[in-house]
Design a protein around this ligand. Structure first.
Ligand SMILES: *[C@@H]1O[C@H](CO)[C@@H](O)[C@H](O)[C@H]1NC(C)=O
Ligand SMILES: *[C@@H]1O[C@H](CO)[C@@H](O)[C@H](O)[C@H]1NC(C)=O
Ligand SMILES: *[C@@H]1O[C@H](CO)[C@@H](O)[C@H](O)[C@H]1NC(C)=O
Ligand SMILES: *[C@@H]1O[C@H](CO)[C@@H](O)[C@H](O)[C@H]1NC(C)=O
Ligand SMILES: *[C@@H]1O[C@H](CO)[C@@H](O)[C@H](O)[C@H]1NC(C)=O
Ligand SMILES: *[C@@H]1O[C@H](CO)[C@@H](O)[C@H](O)[C@H]1NC(C)=O
Length: 246
């Protein structure tokens, strides 16, 4: 009897431990696509979604990007993932693994959903995603806006847009009170230069209307994002390989 009780007790501990080990961090933002409705449990849509999500992290290219789809017609699911441009591939995979688990927990049965971590974004939808600017709804957080920032963001916007395989740029500018502002901007690499620039300019105009709730700022839409802060938050952008391609 005693050993049976111990067994039950240990099982509980084990389940909680496993729960702790496999629980993923919360998204910075998420959008469960409420207007898109729900899929039915055990439907073909769910099968396609599961297949797609489980294939994402292993298929990321060396620039931290992957887009794919699974299924046909009304059951077709499209997904896109993008890691921040300065994130190494292992971390990128880890982030996408977390995102794929978390999105199904947070948005059960959602036909469309997006989740944003600091280091990666994941989005899936029954609508096709690839190469189109998707820039609503904006998600934002922050507390400062000034000329130095505008200068910085305009520069980063054109740098990020003109990138090919990695549409990502980081930099800094000296602002009021001699304070350094650090910024990063990124588009999914399936966008053209014009579409990337359009997406980034659009979210720049969202900055002043955002709600102040943290030290830094970020605006994220599925196709592009920007972030700035008064402390450095990015690392060196990895050299594109093989050299010369980008
Ligand atoms: C996606 O799902 C929504 C809601 O069920 C539907 O209105 C829309 O037509 C679907 N789009 C495609 C491309 O199937
Ligand atoms: C979809 O599912 C969610 C949660 O299960 C529920 O709150 C929502 O009302 C559902 N939406 C539709 C359109 O059925
Ligand atoms: C993924 O989640 C685990 C468990 O919460 C966490 O330790 C890890 O840092 C996360 N990975 C990334 C890249 O965010
Ligand atoms: C700002 O960026 C320049 C050019 O990349 C770099 O040399 C400099 O160290 C940066 N300044 C700070 C304070 O990080
Ligand atoms: C601004 O900062 C730089 C380096 O951080 C320093 O050399 C310079 O003296 C500062 N200027 C003012 C006006 O504080
Ligand atoms: C993924 O994006 C590339 C452009 O970067 C495009 O050529 C390809 O068709 C897309 N694939 C899917 C499955 O959407």
């Amino acid at each position: 009897m005693g050993s049976w009780r111990n067994h039950v007790f240990l099982s509980h501990i084990l389940i909680h431990l496993v729960g702790l080990i496999i629980s993923q961090p919360d998204f910075v933002f998420k959008d469960c696509g409420l207007g898109f409705g729900n899929y039915t449990t055990n439907s073909m849509y769910q099968t396609n979604l599961d297949t797609l999500l489980s294939s994402l992290s292993s298929n990321i290219d060396s620039y931290g990007f992957y887009n794919s789809s699974s299924g046909e017609n009304a059951d077709k699911v499209n997904a896109i993932e993008l890691c921040r441009g300065d994130v190494d591939l292992d971390t990128c995979r880890g982030c996408i693994n977390n995102a794929t688990s978390k999105i199904t927990q947070d948005c059960p049965n959602s036909k469309e959903a997006s989740g944003w971590y600091d280091l990666c974004i994941l989005r899936y939808s029954n609508e096709s995603i690839d190469g189109k600017v998707k820039n609503s709804p904006p998600h934002c957080a922050g507390n400062t806006f000034n000329e130095a920032l505008r200068t910085l963001l305009n520069r980063l916007s054109s740098q990020a847009s003109s990138g090919t395989l990695r549409k990502f740029a980081t930099g800094n500018e000296t602002g009021p009170g001699n304070q350094t502002i650090y910024g990063a901007m990124q588009c999914t690499p399936d966008l053209s230069e014009q579409d990337c620039s359009f997406c980034l300019q659009t979210i720049m105009t969202d900055i002043p209307s955002c709600i102040a709730d943290s030290e830094g700022w970020r605006v994220d839409v599925p196709s592009c994002n920007l972030r700035f802060d008064n402390v450095p938050f990015f690392s060196q952008i990895p050299a594109d390989s093989p050299p010369g391609i980008s």
